[in-house]
Structure formats: C-alpha cells, structure tokens
Design a protein around this ligand. Structure first.
Ligand SMILES: *Cc1c(COP(=O)(O)O)cnc(C)c1O
Length: 522
C-alpha cells in the first residue's frame, strides 16, 4: 500500500472541528479573535472592579490562611469554564494581590507601570513572539536592537556597544560578570579560554570587588560562575553608603600582595537600600590603570539616564565595560524588562553558541541578527515592545520626569520626617529610598527598637494598611520606604508616618511595664 495515497486529500485540521466549538476556541487564532476580545473584556472588568474596591495596598492575608484554598484544588479536574476559573483566580490571587500603584505600597523597587506598556503586553502575548532568532521574530528583533542601541547611546558607551534584553538585574549582573571572567581568563598565558576548557588552574585567585552595600546578585553570580562567594571582596562604603575609594585602593593593594587576580569591579549606581551611587569616575580610573573590567549595576539608578535634572549623577557610567539597566524599575515598565549592555560587542562572543537547528554560524556570518547569539536565554519574551510603546507614545522625558518627581518626593518626606523627634532617619535620600526607624522617648535599647519596628511593619501589612520594607544596617533593623510612585504625595507619606507612630505607640503601651521587646512573648 502506498502511504501517500492515504493522505491524498489532506483535511485542514482546524476545519475538522466546527468553528466556534470549544476545541477551536481554546487556542488562539483567527477563529478565536472574538473570544479573545470578550475574554480580555472580562479580565479588564475584573481588574477594574478589584482595584476600585481595594481599601489598601494588600489584603494582609497570611500563607496559612490562603493555603487551604489551594489544597482544595485538583489541577487534574478543570473547571471547563472561563467565568468559573476567573472567579477562582479572583479568590486565590486578585483579592489578595499587592498593588504596586497604591500610594501605601512603599516597600520594594516595584513601580507603577505605564499604560502603553500594558497594551504592548496585550499585543505581544497573543502573538507569543519569541525574539531569539530573526526567523521567529522579524521586526521584534529590530525593535529590541534599536532600544538597546538607544540605551547604549544614552549611557555613552560608544560606537561598538551592544547588548540584549534580560529578565532582570540579576541576570544582567550574571551575564556581565560571566563575560568579564571569560575575558580575563582568555588573556591568561597558556589558557585557551573558558568556553571550551573550563576555568584555568589559578581560578581560585580570581576576585570581584564591590561595595558592602551592593546587590546580593553579585555574590550569587560569583557562586554560579564557579568562583564562590569568597571570591567577592566587599569594599567598605563611606558615610553616605558610596564605595570608599581609599578602601578600594587598600583592597587592590592587598590583592597584589596576596597574588590575587581582581578581574572585575562592580560599581553600583543606586544601591537597593540607600539609592547611593558609587564614585564611578574614580572607580573607572582604577579599573583603567589596572586593566580591570568595570561593571556598573544601574538596575535602580538607570532611570537617571532620562532625567533632566539629575542625569549628571551617572557621570562616569560611559566608561563602563558593561552596564545593567532595569527598565522594570525606574523606566516604569512591567516585570520583566531589563538589559545588559557591553562597551565592546565582540565581548559578547563569550556567551555565543551556534546550534545548527537555530542559529548556525553561517547565518551569523551572513549578517542575520539572531539575538540568541548574545543572550543567556534561548526562548525569550518580546519584552522590548513594552518599552517601545512607552517611548513612542509618551516619550523618554516623561519617564525621566516621573523619576525626578519621586526623587523630589523623597527629599520632601525626608525634611518632614526630620521634624519629628520620634522618627530617626538614617541618611538623606540619594535617590528615592528612606531608611528610618520609630524611636519613641523611653525606648533606647537597640534590640527593643528592632523588635518594635519589626512589629510595626508586620502590623501594618497584616492589616492591609501599608506595605513598608524592612532592612538591617550595621545589624540594626530599620524600616524603608522605596518611592517609585509619582502619584504619591508627601501628605500620603506623612499620614503613613502618623500611622506608623500610632501603631508603635500602641505596641509600646500594651507592653508596659516593663518593656520586654527582646524576649519572645505570646
Ligand atoms: C533590583 C536590583 C538588582 C536585581 O535586579 P532584578 O531585576 O530584581 O533581578 C540588582 N542590582 C540592584 C542594585 C538592584 O536594585
């Protein structure tokens, strides 16, 4: 029997099912465009209802309260109904979600996001474009590339710069340090390079220097790169939490004496807790003198590139060998949206792998722009469209102004908080964070203050009244405002401070006498 005869009249598969049947409507395509539209409408209605009745930035639900609802769900028994599954999502997620656009969400580096960027998701997600190769993405590749070129030009990296979108600052830092490590090892005499041969015999001497208040992803990257946390030398910072250049010199000299190989310095442009910006020009000078790779982690401070008032705070960033930028922080984009840039595009070869099925070498030689050639990821979301739509619809200046507004807000709040003698603010704000603690008269013991402030934070979040961050500085617990919402006013923050004090007062008076914060009680 001839097999090809059996299929002489091929039946288009989707016609085998009647249009409009549940099977065809379940998958996105021309036949389900109407269902897409009405489903989107239902989702939008839900979001609208949820947000308009929200009392605070979160519900305050605890894991043990939500967990039973999840235990009751059997994923092998579908609801077979959009309404029912949306109802379920409402209960399990929407009702308890944390709303970053709320003025009382002041915890982490989450921003309210631009409307055009959300609309971009409504386009890119149904098409499901994956940007790793030209043959999967076409214009999407060029959109991403143009944004990379634009960002690199804003940084001032020069003609040879390049880069790629990433999932976030963590991946950007890993990628940059991986390239820095491979570039340093490649230059070692007698070592043919890490890509084929793995690390050189003296890899235990490799060191990364970064300030003591830089992001933990530097340590993580060092471990993932086979170097270990111990390969990271944390340089002390000065009183304003910027890397101390004298201390950096000392560490570098000690490396020399110990025969260690400092191959990268990570300068932070906007530390996560303090917003402090390391002295990039002075660090760049040391890097230049010694042939050390300069990575600037501008995950937080990157938005200053667009600021009309404070762009100069990033002076020196143009001398970096690589830069991390989180568009999902100070460019007001949805998670994820981020980039890793390099000064010299040839350095990206360290992470290139040519796979015959996907991005063969000859395709690259012909000039096909396959973004996978310079990414740690293979299948990758078209996150660039969000930033593109934002820039084309609103413009970069608008984003820079938003950042300037939250910087101003932080300064106003700082001045107002300093008027109170029951609030101790650690430092004047550098970008848009404020690190402080409630310190009432009569509570002077540091560990009592730690407990008190921790309890304030928990109480506010448990009641769904505010989400405030907490952090430790020199071992002591502090509250932290991270301000990224240009819609928040200083009055909102002062009302929040009043609530913090009120909660604190109640906690103090309920424990009197005596004050026993440091002993666990129930
Ligand atoms: C947020 C942050 C990171 C990590 O970025 P993700 O996008 O969360 O992965 C790295 N460095 C700094 C300074 C940050 O603030």
């Amino acid at each position: 029997m001839r097999h090809d005869m059996e299929f002489a009249t091929p039946i288009p598969l989707h016609r085998a099912r009647p249009p409009g049947s549940p099977e065809t409507l379940a998958l996105f395509g021309e036949q389900s465009l109407e269902a897409y539209r009405s489903g989107m409408q239902q989702c939008m209605d839900r979001v609208q209802r949820t947000l308009s009745r929200a009392q605070g930035p979160c519900s305050g639900v605890a894991p043990h309260e939500l967990q039973p609802a999840f235990e009751a769900i059997d994923l092998d028994r579908p609801l077979n109904d959009l309404d029912a599954s949306l109802e379920e999502v409402q209960r399990l997620y929407l009702d308890h979600a944390v709303y970053f656009h709320h003025p009382r969400y002041v915890a982490h580096l989450n921003c309210p996001i631009t409307l055009p960027s959300i609309l971009a998701e409504a386009i890119a997600t149904p098409l499901n474009t994956a940007v790793e190769t030209w043959d999967q993405s076409a214009g999407a590749t060029l959109i991403e590339q143009k944004l990379i070129d634009w960002t690199a030009a804003r940084v001032g990296l020069g003609e040879d710069a390049d880069g790629v979108f990433t999932s976030g600052g963590t991946q950007s830092n890993l990628m940059a340090l991986s390239i820095a490590r491979d570039s340093a090892c490649e230059a070692m005499p007698g070592h043919p390079g890490n890509r084929h041969h793995g690390l050189p015999p003296n890899y235990r001497q490799l060191r990364i220097l970064t300030s003591e208040v830089s992001h933990f992803s530097v340590q993580k990257a060092a471990a993932l790169l086979g170097l270990g946390y111990d390969a990271v030398i944390t340089v002390p910072s000065d009183a304003s939490k910027c890397m101390d250049i004298g201390a950096l010199e000392t560490e570098l000299n000690e490396c020399d004496e110990a025969g260690l190989i400092p191959f990268a310095i990570v300068a932070t442009a906007g530390t996560t807790d303090f917003g402090s910006i390391d002295p990039i020009p002075a660090i760049a000078e040391r890097c230049h003198q010694r042939g050390i790779w300069l990575h600037v982690d501008a995950a937080y401070g990157g938005g200053l590139l667009l600021s009309r008032r404070h762009r100069h705070w990033l002076a020196g960033i143009e001398q970096a060998d690589s830069v991390s930028i989180d568009y999902h922080k100070t460019f007001f984009q949805p998670v994820s949206c981020s980039a890793c840039l390099v000064r010299d595009r040839r350095q990206l070869r360290h992470i290139t792998y040519h796979a015959d099925y996907l991005n063969p070498r000859d395709q690259a030689e012909e000039g096909t722009p396959d973004l996978v050639n310079k990414s740690l990821q293979t299948t990758r979301r078209f996150d660039a469209l969000k930033l593109w739509m934002t820039l084309r619809t609103l413009g970069a200046e608008r984003l820079g102004d938003y950042l300037d507004e939250v910087i101003e807000l932080a300064q106003q709040a700082y001045r107002a908080m300093r008027q109170r003698d029951d609030i101790e603010v650690l430092l004047p704000p550098a970008l848009s964070t404020l690190v402080f603690r409630y310190r009432p008269d009569g509570v002077d013991d540091d560990s009592d203050l730690d407990t008190l402030n921790q309890q304030i934070r928990q109480t506010l979040s448990r009641r769904g009244e505010a989400v405030v961050a907490g952090t430790r500085v020199d071992g002591r617990f502090y509250l932290k405002f991270t301000l990224l919402n240009p819609m928040t006013r200083v009055e909102d923050l002062m009302a929040l401070i009043s609530d913090i004090v009120q909660v604190g007062e109640a906690l103090v008076s309920s424990s009197r006498p005596p004050i026993v914060w440091s002993t666990p009680s129930c």
